[in-house]
Design a binder for this molecule. Sequence first.
Ligand code: HEC
Ligand code: HEC
Length: 282
Amino acid sequence: MRRVALVMLLAAAQGASAQGDAKRGAYLAKAAGCLGCHTETKQEAMPYAGGRALKTPFGTFYGPNLTPHPSAGLGRWSEADFVRALRLGLRPDGAHYFPAFPYPSFARISDADLRDLWAYLRTLPSSARPNQAHELRFPFGWRFLVAGWKWLFFSPGALIAEPKRSPSLDRGAYLVEALGHCGECHTARNFLGGPKRERQLAGAAKGPDGDRVPNLTPTKLKKWNDGELKSFLQTGLTPDGDVAAETMGEVIRNTTAELTPNDLAALIAYLRALPAIADEPN
Ligand code: HEC
Ligand code: HEC
């Protein structure tokens, strides 16, 4: 009897060690801004229960329910399903996700971090809120067309470590390009919605909601010193006392304001080290 209990205990301990760390996952979810797109904007909205409307030139997407509810959320998913969704943009049944879900950036997240994110999502209170169908303009609602988009614009795989880069700059690159998905708004897109890779983080005349998104590369990023930039990314206030527009304001509240001092410093150092690119003509 004792022996059986011991074996079970050992098995449980092994299971636990193979599982991700939910506490780390909670921090990573902030660094990746998962909350905003997966939570309604109303006051009493349940976190991660889905229903957030995301307006894009292709129509309105609704972030789905990520809580562990067995039918409304991800209750029946395995960790492997989750990894495939973020790495390859594939649904458990093999259909393609629309890139309004920024998996082209999340594909760069490390294996260990994906595990921790998954462990965190498993700890969320369950919500029965049903998912809403996206309202997309013809023909963008056809999921199979996403296969063509991915063929053109999506390259799965981890972030390539640059041999000459310091660990802090590598961390900054990871926070900006993988978790923070800053380029999803700050990199201009072509008419098919594919990012213009040669204009990485150099701003967009028309961002996701049609407004201009500023160029983050050196010389074009506002003439703020590191302290001013840091304070903007923590509070949303500019040195002249202006408030960031809401699109960025939300990124600041949910993401950059939540970063540890070391991570925020690494993120800023990475922006400073980007190649300078001129603004896109209007
Ligand atoms: C910019 C908005 C946005 C952000 C940020 C975002 N998501 Fe999503 N996510 C979406 C949208 C939109 C979909 C639905 C895509 C579709 O239907 O093809 C989605 C779908 C998903 C799915 C598939 C759910 C299902 O029911 O099939 C998972 C899992 C997911 N997101 C996890 C995450 C995680 C984890 C993060 C943070 C690391 C995150 N998302 C950040 C917009 C976002
Ligand atoms: C959902 C779209 C979106 C995402 C994602 C996003 N931004 Fe922004 N960002 C904006 C918009 C829009 C503005 C302009 C705000 C304004 O004019 O008040 C902006 C402004 C900024 C500015 C001020 C630059 C200037 O010259 O005025 C900085 C710095 C910045 N973003 C950094 C980031 C970083 C770092 C990330 C990733 C962690 C990020 N942004 C992710 C939309 C976005």
